[in-house]
Design a protein. Structure first.
Ligand code: COA
Length: 322
């Protein structure tokens, strides 16, 4: 079977920045409370009319450029997103059209904040089995569109953005291992109660937004991220000491710190963009990856552990040599 490796990364953040001080004007909170409980200082918010496909396109163009790959050479596009431009068609098909590459498979994956890890896993399996040669894998969300700006328990956490990678067939790994999981029992801890086949009509008058039981989500997230890291490392004969860079879903600084502590992983080896991005859902991991690649922290040959966690719950890990 083939191997697959990341040959380029890219990301994009909308121009508008929403600070904690801005949020003080919107809900009963303080900038200090938000920083202390979440680590978030600012997040980016898509402009009116700016869509998930717009963010995906910018991130993808940066990733293609970094990889030195022409869009016409992409034969698979997978986007992890929960906030598509339309009920259908998928964001991936629209992105394909905008980039000018035609004919290869293009589809969206809905695994909320684990969306990028799910998309990367699927692309990896396509390339492993000769179903594709070169994939564009994107995590993109305009999550602020499904946020209730009167709910101080959620509106402080989320932001918008997109990250992308080009994944290519290779002789050597690349991706060493990838694991995906889900447990639907946890639906109501983090969800949007209405959907296309349930309550869609009512949403015209009464929009449906993210609802979350924050402290319960927090506990499951830390436990799951820790267990999953140990599981995938052990399965590959590795330990935490072998990981050069840990890139977990950027949910909350306290979740990241607690996970690193339980794993015995020094925080200096964890990529943490929570302060400047907030939780960008499926975009958070590829955004953090791209930041650390471009600022020179991540070097070719480094061992990376990516871990997603999101509504469902869904979770997944990808272990790779960059
Ligand atoms: N400003 C000020 N006070 C706030 C607040 C805000 N923005 N949000 C909640 N509070 C209040 C609560 O109302 C509560 O007040 P009470 O004690 O009078 O009832 C108090 O702070 C404690 O609330 P609690 O929810 O227990 O706080 P917490 O320490 O768990 O922090 C979160 C809340 C949301 C920051 C935290 O639970 C969290 O980040 N959870 C994980 C969420 C997450 O990452 N989700 C995405 C996963 S993919």
């Amino acid at each position: 079977m083939n191997h697959a490796r990341i040959v380029g990364t890219g990301s994009y953040l909308p121009e508008k920045v929403l600070t904690n001080v801005d949020l003080e004007q919107m809900v009963e909170t303080t900038a200090d409370w938000i920083v202390e409980r979440t680590g978030v200082e600012e997040r980016h918010v898509a402009a009116p009319g700016e869509t998930t496909c717009d963010l995906s396109e910018q991130a993808s163009r940066h990733a293609l450029e970094a990889a030195g790959v022409e869009a016409r050479d992409i034969d698979l596009i997978i986007i992890g997103t929960t906030t598509p431009d339309h009920v259908f068609p998928s964001v991936a098909t629209q992105l394909q059209h905008r980039l000018g590459c035609r004919g290869g498979a293009a589809f969206d994956v809905q695994a909320v904040c684990s969306g990028f890890v799910y998309a990367l896993d699927i692309a990896y399996r396509f390339i492993r089995t000769d179903g594709a040669q070169r994939a564009l894998v994107v995590g993109a969300d305009t999550f602020t569109r499904i946020i209730n700006w009167q709910d101080r328990g959620t509106c402080i956490l989320f932001g918008d953005g997109a990250g992308a990678v080009v994944l290519e067939k290779a002789d050597q790994p690349g991706i060493i291992d990838s694991q995906l999981h889900a447990d639907g029992r946890y639906k109501e801890l983090l969800w949007v109660p209405a959907g296309v086949s349930s309550g869609y009509e009512q949403t015209r008058e009464n929009a449906a937004f993210v609802e979350m039981r924050g402290s319960e989500v927090f506990k499951v997230a830390v436990h799951t991220l820790k267990e999953m890291a140990e599981q995938i490392l052990a399965a590959n004969g590795l330990t935490v000491a072998d990981v050069d860079w840990f890139i977990p879903h950027q949910a909350n600084r306290r979740i990241l710190s607690a996970t690193a502590k339980r794993l015995g992983l020094p925080e200096e080896r964890m990529v943490d963009c929570v302060r400047i991005h907030g939780n960008t859902s499926a975009a958070s991991i590829p955004l953090a990856l791209d930041v650390a690649v471009r600022d020179g922290r991540i070097q070719r040959g480094d061992t990376l552990l990516l871990e997603g966690f999101g509504g469902g719950f869904t979770w997944g890990a990808v272990l790779l040599k960059y």
